[in-house]
Every structure is written in C-alpha cells, then in structure tokens.
Design a protein around this ligand. Structure first.
Ligand code: SF4
Ligand code: SF4
Length: 369
C-alpha cells in the first residue's frame, strides 16, 4: 500500500505532533552497535522523529522559586512517558494501517537496564537503545546544541523527542547544517548551576560523531554533576536540600561522581525513610519535598534546566534564532541562585532532637556529651 512522507507528515499534524522529520537508515550507519537502530530492526529503511514542545510556562514556577510540580509533570515526566508516546503510538498505527511495519521507541536509557545477557550465542547483548537526539539530527528535526540538548528551529531547546522505525522507504528530509541554531553563546555554560557543561572553547571536552555526511559536535557534559543538580543534590538550586541537610554544603559543581553514583545518592532522598525523625514531629522521609513532588507527579526534576534550556531559550529568543517567540521576555528579573554555604550552625548530633528538646525542656541538654 502506498505510504509517503507527505502522508505521514499530514497525519502527524492532524494528531497534534509539533514537528516531524524523516531520515533514511543509511545516515545512522556509523552508530555504535548498541545504539544502532538496525540492530533491533534490521529491515528498517527509514527513521521518523517527532518533537513535541515543552510549553514555556512550565518553567515559570521554578523560575519564581515557588512551584516545582508543573515542570516535572508537563515538561518532563508525563510529556516523555504519556502525552508524546500516545501520539507516537497513533502514528505507528497509521503506518501499519498502510501495510508497513512501525517500531515506536519508548524513551529508554541504557544505564537502567538490569539484564543485558544475549538471548543466544552470536547475538548482541540485549541492551540496544538508540540515542533519540542523534535520531533527531539524522531526521533533520534539529541539531545538537553545545549543551548536548537538542535544538529545533521552531522551539529551540523546548522539545521532547520520539521516534519510529519503519521498513517503508520514505523521502528523507535534509539534515540541518550544524551551527544553524546554536550560536555558541555560552549562556548554557554560565547559567548551569552544576558546572556540568564544559566551556565553549575547551576543545578537549568536545564529542564529534558522524551522522549522514555531517560531523556533529557537542560539549562533553559532566553527567554526574548534572544528575546531582537535576535531582536537587545541590544547594544552589534546591532550598529543600538546604533545609533538610542544613549542615551539608556539598560541592556538586566540582564533584566527580559518575551519573550512576549520582542517581544512587539522589533517588533515595525522595523515596527513602529515616524513622527516628518522626518522633520529633517531622516526616520520616529523607527529603520531604522531593517525596511530595514524586508522589504527585511520579518524578522530581529540581534544577529545571536552568542553563541548558531556560538560558538557552532566552538567548535564542533574543537573537531571533527560533520561530516560537512571545510578546514578553522570559526573564523579567535576575534569576535566583542560592549560595552554597552552611546556612547556620544547627545542632551537633541530631539537630531535630536538639531543637525539640530545647523548645519543650529549655536547658535540659546542658552539659550533655
Ligand atoms: S546556550 Fe544554547 S545556543 Fe548558547 S551555546 Fe549553549 S546550546 Fe548553544
Ligand atoms: S539540567 Fe541543570 S545541571 Fe544539568 S546541564 Fe542543565 S542546567 Fe546544568
């Protein structure tokens, strides 16, 4: 049955997908084995990549320092795992209605895979996950920014991506020339509270790969620092961390933990409990606010992409490098940041016990050792 790129794009538009691009499978031939789409759909001929916008207003609560749920729900967790995949699924069904197989990709990350044993001798490990951003570059949807964030001509960094592999041969879109959107302004570097994005001029911290006939380059982001900061193990963007760990001024911005170590540190803060604090009238959660957001929206994104998305989009809007602009500027005052220092001397052994006793029995702890 006939299926063309034009038909797919019209259907995507009808479904409410903001951007769609198509690449031929040959553009990804240099992908490493465990990231190569051919290694889980050898008959694939085309890669369809969709982008859905992150509404600019989802950043507002974090920018004000007053509300974290909106960004986590509408711009991160549910946009990635519900709104966008629902339309990817519908587009895949449309393709299959025309007699061509369609593989919709869930936005998995390889580092979460607990079991990668090959199913039989001679097979590759069961650990293949394509890089959605590289798929997007090859499909002409956008380019890699210096920050490693995917940039589109219409929305800049405010997108989440999806992809479908198909055995239909489709007319490919031209790839975007690197440097069309990212102007190497360095705002992402300067405004990243995790010090995770390398300086623009640091040639040793650049990654370059080949997609189609183009060299694609971006900054080698320190994922341990980014993950610590993204999940709020960084006082500079987390008043909550500072409140529940008043004596800790951990230097996330100069830490050398790996991404995995950072996850092991940060997730238990939102999900773990420490019973004794209950007695002193506090929640037993290790970090109360993260548990609260996590329970409501299934995830907790604390940094809110202060440098890599918020500052970047501001630069792209101001320099007229993207199409989706607004009547008002995003920043109407200086963006807040918290100094990474101990707020005050609080307790020696258990600040909550000491605070409780001092309030209820003033003086009773005198000469305690
Ligand atoms: S802020 Fe955006 S446009 Fe500027 S260097 Fe970073 S990625 Fe490029
Ligand atoms: S999410 Fe935050 S810490 Fe990570 S790169 Fe973006 S601005 Fe930096």
């Amino acid at each position: 049955m006939k299926l063309t790129s034009k038909m797919i794009k019209e259907k995507a538009k009808e479904l409410g997908i903001d951007i769609v691009g198509i690449g031929n499978i040959e553009r990804y031939k240099e992908a490493p084995p465990l990231m190569n789409p051919k290694n889980y759909f050898p008959e694939a001929k085309s890669v369809i990549v969709t982008a859905m916008r992150i509404p600019r207003g989802t950043y507002r609560g974090i920018e004000e320092g007053t509300h974290w749920h909106n960004y986590t729900y509408y711009a991160y967790n549910r946009l990635n795992t519900l709104y966008r995949p629902r339309l990817t699924y519908a587009l895949a069904c449309f393709i299959e209605d025309h007699g061509w197989e369609a593989v919709p990709n869930y936005p998995a990350v390889p580092e979460r895979n607990p079991n990668r044993e090959p199913v039989a001798e001679g097979k590759l490990p069961a650990d293949i996950v394509t890089s959605i951003r590289i798929m997007g570059v090859g499909a002409g949807v956008g380019e890699m920014g210096h920050s490693k964030v995917f940039l589109t001509k219409k929305f800049g960094p405010r997108v989440r991506l999806g992809s479908i592999l198909t055995d239909a041969v489709l007319e490919p879109d031209p790839m975007i020339e690197p440097g069309t959107i990212c102007n190497s302004c360095g705002r992402c570097v300067r405004d990243c509270p995790g010090n995770a994005i390398p300086p623009i001029k640091d040639e040793d911290k650049k990654i370059t790969i080949k997609v189609g006939d183009k060299d694609i380059t971006w900054g080698d982001v320190h994922m341990g620092r980014c993950t610590l900061t993204h999940h709020g193990f960084n006082n500079m963007i987390s008043p909550f961390h500072k409140k529940d760990f008043p004596n800790m001024a951990f230097d996330a911005a100069n830490s050398d933990v790996t991404e995995e170590e950072a996850y092991k540190l940060t997730y238990p803060m939102a999900t773990g409990t420490w019973g004794p604090t209950l007695f002193y009238g506090k929640t037993s959660r290790v970090l109360n606010y993260y548990d609260y957001v996590m329970n409501h929206v299934g995830y907790f994104a604390v940094c809110g992409a202060r440098g890599c998305i918020r500052a970047c989009m501001d630069n792209l809007e101001r320099t007229n490098r993207i199409e989706n602009t607004f009547n008002n500027k995003f920043y109407n005052k200086k963006s807040w940041i918290i100094p990474n220092e101990r707020q005050e001397e609080k307790g020696k052994i258990n600040p909550w016990r000491e605070e409780w006793l001092d309030e209820h029995y003033p003086g009773i702890r005198k000469n305690e050792y």
